[in-house]
Ligand binder design. Sequence first.
Ligand code: FAD
Length: 492
Amino acid sequence: MSGQAVRKVVIAGGGTAGWCAAAALSKLLGPLLDITLVESEEIGIVGVGEATIPTCRTFHHLLGIDEREFLRATNGTFKLAIAFEDWARKGDRYIHSFGEMGKSSWMAPFHHLWLQARAEGVAGPIGEYGFEYQAAEAGKFQTGENARINYAYHFDAGLYGRFLRGISEKAGVKRVEGRIETVAQDPESGFITELVLQSGERIAGDLFIDCTGFHGLLIEKTLKTGYEDWSRWLPTNRAVAVQTESHGALTPYTRAAAHDAGWRWRIPLQNRVGNGLVYCSDYLSDDAARDRLLSLVDAPALIEPRLIRYQTGRRLKSWNRNCVTLGLSSGFIEPLESTSIHLFQIGVTRLIQLFPLAGITDALVDHYNALSRNELEKVRDFVILHYALNEREEPFWRDRRGMTLPDTLIERIALFTESGIAYQAPDDLFRVDSWVQVMLGQRLEPKRWHPVGQMMGRDQMAAALGNLKGGIARAVAGMPTHEDFIRQYCAV
Ligand SMILES: Cc1cc2nc3c(=O)[nH]c(=O)nc-3n(C[C@H](O)[C@H](O)[C@H](O)COP(=O)(O)OP(=O)(O)OC[C@H]3O[C@@H](n4cnc5c(N)ncnc54)[C@H](O)[C@@H]3O)c2cc1C
C-alpha cells in the first residue's frame, strides 16, 4: 500500500479520544515519532462521556498514571457497577457489577450452581454472592496495593482531557490550536498528506488519526469511508445532558433508569453530578426530553441542558489508507454500558501493537479492521440485549421486543435459555458474569443448567452459599463509605 516509513503522526481533534491517543503514543512510542495534535477551542468537545469500565485502569497502568493524581485532577470517583432501574419491567432493579459472582469450578461458572440452589430453595438473589455488587449496594469502596476489587471510574470529561494533555505535552506532543478547513490528499494513492488550517498553516504527516468526533472530518468527509447504521437495533439517537449539584450519598455506581422512550443516566463526581436523558426522537420530542430530565434530577442544575444528536453504528473501516479513526468519528454504540472510552483506548493500544513504523500495508490495515469490527459487534450485541429482553408496554419498548436481532445475539440468548450457558469469546469484552447478570436482570430464565449443583447436593450447596454470603457481608461491613475513602485517598 505504502512503503513510506511512518514517523510523523498527526492527531486531528482534542477531545477525550484525541488526548488519549496523544498520551498513549507519546508515552509508549514517543522517541520514534513526531506527534502533533490539532484542536479547535471554538468547536469544542462533545463534553459527555464520564463513566468508564475497568479496562480504563489497564490503560492508565500502561501510561504510568498515578491513580490519586488522576482522581484529584478530574474530580473522579470509583465505579463498581451500573444499577439498572425499570428495564425489563417498571419497578425492576438489577445491578451489573464488575466483579465475579461466587466461586466458579472448572466444570461450570458459578451461576449454574446458583441456579440449582435456587431451584432447591437454598439460594438468595445472585447479587448476594458478588463482592463488588454488595459493596456497590452498600455505598462502600476501598482499594489498595493488594486489594482484589474490580472497578472503574467516573470523571469530568473536560478535566480528563486536560490531564491527558499535560501528560502528552510533557512527553513531547506539539499542540496546534486552530480549525481544520481542508484536508489535502495525494492524487494517486488518496493518502492524506496535510491538514490545512483556517490560519493557512499546513500540517503534514505520514499517519493521521481522526479524533474529530461526530464531524468525522478525515475518515468520512475526506475519505468517504461509509457508515453501517445500527439504529434498527439501537434506535436512541439523542441525549440531553445537564450537570447538577451534588446530592445525597456518593454512590460507587452509575444509575441507568429506563423511561418510556429510552433511559436516563446519573453519574456522581466529587464536586457535581452528571445527568442525561437518552431517547429516540420518534417517540419523544426534544422539548419534552429536556423538561423530563429537569423534572427528574435531584438537585439544582449548574448549566443549561445540552442536546446531543447521534446515530448508532460503525464506520465501515476503522483504518482507511493512512487514516485511523478513534472515538466518535469511528462510530458510536450508545452509552448504556459506557464502552466508548474503552473502545478508543483499546484502539490506540492496538495501533501501538501493530504500529506501521516501516510502512502501511494492506494486510496490516485489514487485520486492524477485522479486530476492531469483531470487538465492536460483540459490544453492540451486549447493549442490544438490554433492549431486546424487555416486557414493558410502551410503544418504544414493544417495538424493541419485536426487532430482528443479529444472529450472534439470537444464538447467545438461545444457549442461555436452553442450557444456562453464557460465554466470553476470545474477542469479547464482557465476561461471563456480565452476560449472566444482564440476562437474568432482564428476566431471561434458563430452562436447564449444568449438574454441578446436583453433584454437590442441597445441604452442601446451602452451606457453601451461606459461607460465601457471610464472607462478603463481613468484608463489606469493614469497608469505608465511598465518600470517606475518596476524601482520605485523594488528600494531598
Ligand atoms: C450522550 C453521550 C453520552 C456518553 N457517555 C459515555 C460514557 O458514559 N462513557 C463512555 O465511555 N463514553 C461515553 N460517550 C462517548 C464519549 O463522550 C466519547 O467517546 C468521548 O468523549 C470522545 O469523544 P471524541 O474525542 O471522539 O469527540 P469530541 O469530544 O467531540 O472531540 C472532537 C475534537 O475534534 C475537534 N474538531 C472537530 N472538528 C474540527 C476541525 N474542523 N478543526 C479542528 N478541530 C476539530 C474538536 O474541537 C474536538 O477537540 C457518550 C457519548 C454521548 C453522545
